[in-house]
Write a new protein. Sequence first.
Length: 245
Amino acid sequence: MPLSTDQQERYSRQTELIGWGVEGQERLLASRVFVAGVGGLGCAAAVYLAEAGIGELVVCDGDVVERSNLNRQFLYSRDNITEPKAVVAAAALRRLNPDITVTPMFAEIDTSTAVSLVEGSDLVLDCLDNPETRMILNRATIAAGIPMVYAAVAEYTGYLSFLSPPATPCLECFVDGTRPPVDPPVPGGTAGTLGSLEAVEALKFLTGTGTTLAGKLLIMDASIPRFDVVRVDRNPSCPACSRLG
C-alpha cells in the first residue's frame, strides 16, 4: 500500500535517509518482526520499531511485571505489577503508533513452541535474559530460515550481532549457553542502549540501508566507556548450524 499523507509526514525524518526513501518505508510497513522478550532490551527495541513503522510487531514474553523490572523496563508502571508483560507492552506500543499491528503473545519460548512462534516473521530479535532460551530461539530461527538480531547485557557490558547462518555464524558458534549462577545486575541505560541498537540493526536489514553486524560482534563496556567490533566466525562443528554447509 502506498503511504498515506499522514504517514509521509510521520516518517519523513527517516525516509530522508539515503537509500531508505518511500520504498524502504513501505517495506517496513509490510514487515513482521518477532521480539522475543519484552524486558530491558525488548522494551527499547520494540518502542523504536513501533515508532519506525514496522507493519506487524509481535511481542512475546511469558513473564508478568515485577517491581524489580521497573528500573529499566519503561513500558510498565507500578500499576502493571502481576500483569502479563506482553499484553501491557502491546497496549503501550499501540498507543505510540496506531498505524501498526501489535500482537501480544503471553507464552514461554521452549523446544515445543519456538518454531511455531517465530514462523511467518521476517526477522527475530533476541531480547531474552537467559542463555538456555536463547539457544532454543537460535535453533528455531535456523529451522525456520529467519535472520536474528542478538543482544545481551550484564552490568555495564553489552553484546550485539546480526545472525543469518550459513552466511554468518549462529549464536551457538560463539556464545556459551550455560546460565550464570545468579542474575547479573543491569542498569537501565545499558539495556536501553543495546535494545536501541537492536532496533537499528533490524531497520537497516529491513530497509536494505547501511551495513549490519553480520559476521561481527559489537562489545560495549559503558564503564570506560568503549565500543569494540570483533570478527566472529562459524564453528564448523557447531551442533546447531554446521549441517547448513
